[in-house]
Design a protein around this ligand. Structure first.
Ligand SMILES: Nc1nc2c(ncn2[C@@H]2O[C@H](COP(=O)(O)OP(=O)(O)O)[C@@H](O)[C@H]2O)c(=O)[nH]1
Ligand SMILES: [Mg+2]
Length: 458
């Protein structure tokens, strides 16, 4: 059969209040009628909850007391008949109910298959399907807000508006193709040029800029704390996490391995890494730690380079700086509680243009300024207007850039009086790129890549 009925446990495996088995497809209702015993299945209505028991028809064994929800096509998550069995949540009870469902005609769903069906059946577009994963993965309120807006269809709508304008131009150009020779005299080309510039190119640029300025809110920021031993890296990490995660000690070389923790800074989901102190050493364990530190630094989005306010910049500080100077840096001058308020650390000339902030990790001073600086640096040149909730992801951005390139080439072509046949190809390319975003055009590879990020049961 083309479209098998699928089933999966939709809740995390473990012990808990309720666990849900989801079934979707043509046979969903028949399977439910087979395994669910209640007084009157035949009279059940859609979008209601019913109480009863899951019973194995082969031997009459009762597996659990459950609630059953039926959502008939097309008003369901997938657009197909969907049945949800709400059982007690325990690994054994859920897997035996699932097994029973599979034995009676369903096959195990692949990761993201329910959502993929929702997309294929036209319940949602591709950006909305992606938003489902974003919602599950959201680690800050702002990331959640962006994901929720996308699930609502805000991204789709802004893409469709631009696509609509492209279609208008496309229709005009194609009509012109049918004219004889000197079309430029018959067709007014200023109007399509203006539409392309104002309603298409400008909006595409705006969306691409939105990605540049705000994608860390959805993709997160990799922050690494580095510095020589004992400057207070672990203390800073603990301060930001507001817990004693890393060991702090007055002797150098305490942090030998790196420690990674998630946290939110001004709405940005951050992964922060505390590292081994960087210095010359023969200790083989420390040498490994230092090598790893640099690997982390090279992969980071932003480095907090910690120095000690209470002593001069040392030879070791210089060496570390030389090694990391190509990274996005903030110089964190720690232990400022040990010096006068007016005291200015004498930093080398080459460091002058790097953002600096004075803090005390021990007493928590300057932490707000540090957080503001982190947000300012990572949210792009213009900062992020928090009103906005439409933020393209990387896949969208790449397609938007392709669309922009094609639209710009169309404008150039018109200005140079290129034959309309060629301009029409550019416009079509600009449309196609946008349709890839919403999934009007999609290939299996792309869908696999998107839906493989899902968990089973979603
Ligand atoms: N006075 C003062 N001491 C600090 C500050 N931050 C860290 N320390 C102390 O410096 C020592 C080394 O701190 P630690 O966080 O382990 O440094 P790390 O080796 O860079 O991770 C500990 O004794 C901390 O209590 C600070 O802001 N002010
Ligand atoms: Mg440490």
């Amino acid at each position: 059969m083309d479209n098998p009925t699928i089933a999966a446990v939709a809740t995390p495996i473990g012990r808990g209040g309720i666990g849900i088995i989801k079934i979707s497809g043509e046979k969903a209702l028949r399977i439910a009628a087979t395994v669910f015993k209640s007084s009157s299945f035949a009279r059940f209505k859609s979008h209601r909850l019913y109480h009863g028991y899951v019973v194995d028809p082969a031997n009459g064994r009762r597996l659990d007391e459950v609630l059953l929800a039926i959502m008939k096509a097309p008003r369901s998550y997938t657009g197909e008949d969907v049945v949800e069995i709400q059982a007690h949540s325990g690994p054994v009870v859920l897997s035996s109910i699932l097994e029973l469902v599979l034995k009676n005609g369903a096959r195990l769903a692949e990761p993201g298959e329910f959502t993929k069906r929702a997309y294929i059946n036209g319940r949602i577009d591709l950006t909305q399907a992606e938003a489902v994963v974003d919602i599950i993965n959201a680690r800050t309120n702002k990331s959640l807000e962006i994901a929720t807006a996308q699930l609502k269809g805000d991204m789709r709508r802004s893409i469709e508006t631009i696509r609509g304008s492209l279609f208008d131009v496309f229709a005009e150009i194609n009509a012109a193709i049918d004219f004889p020779d000197d079309v430029t005299e018959i067709v007014d080309i200023d109007t399509p040029i203006k539409t392309l510039q104002d309603k298409i190119i400008a909006r595409l640029k705006e969306l691409i800029e939105r990605y540049e300025n705000a994608h860390v809110l959805r993709d997160g920021l990799k922050l690494v704390v580095v510095g020589r031993p004992n400057v207070g890296k672990s203390s800073l990490m603990n301060r930001l996490l507001q817990k004693e995660r890393a060991i702090v000690a007055s002797m150098p070389g305490t942090t030998r391995d790196f420690i990674e923790e998630p946290l939110g800074i001004r709405g940005i989901p951050v992964i922060i890494t505390d590292t081994a102190g960087l210095h010359e050493t023969d200790d083989p364990v420390e040498v490994i730690g230092i090598k790893k530190t640099y690997e982390h630094t090279d992969l980071s989005d932003l480095v907090l380079f910690v120095v000690d306010a209470s002593c001069r910049i040392t030879e070791e500080d210089y060496k570390i700086y030389e090694r990391i100077s190509d990274r996005n840096l903030i110089i964190v001058i720690n232990k400022s509680d040990l010096v006068d308020d007016k005291y200015k650390l004498d930093v080398p000339n080459s460091w002058i243009n790097i953002p600096q902030v004075k803090i005390s990790a021990l007493y928590g001073q300057g932490l707000d300024r540090l957080k503001d600086l982190i947000a300012k640096i990572s949210l792009g040149e213009h900062g992020f207007d928090t009103e906005h909730t439409i933020v393209p992801n990387l896949r969208h951005k790449i397609a938007l850039e392709r669309s922009l390139e094609a639209a710009s080439s169309a404008v150039e072509g018109m200005q140079r009086r290129t034959p309309f046949e060629l301009i029409s190809i550019d416009i079509k390319e600009a449309i196609d790129s946008l349709e890839e975003i919403t999934g009007v055009i999609a290939n299996e590879d792309m869908l696999d890549r998107i839906f493989s990020r899902f968990c089973i049961g979603k």
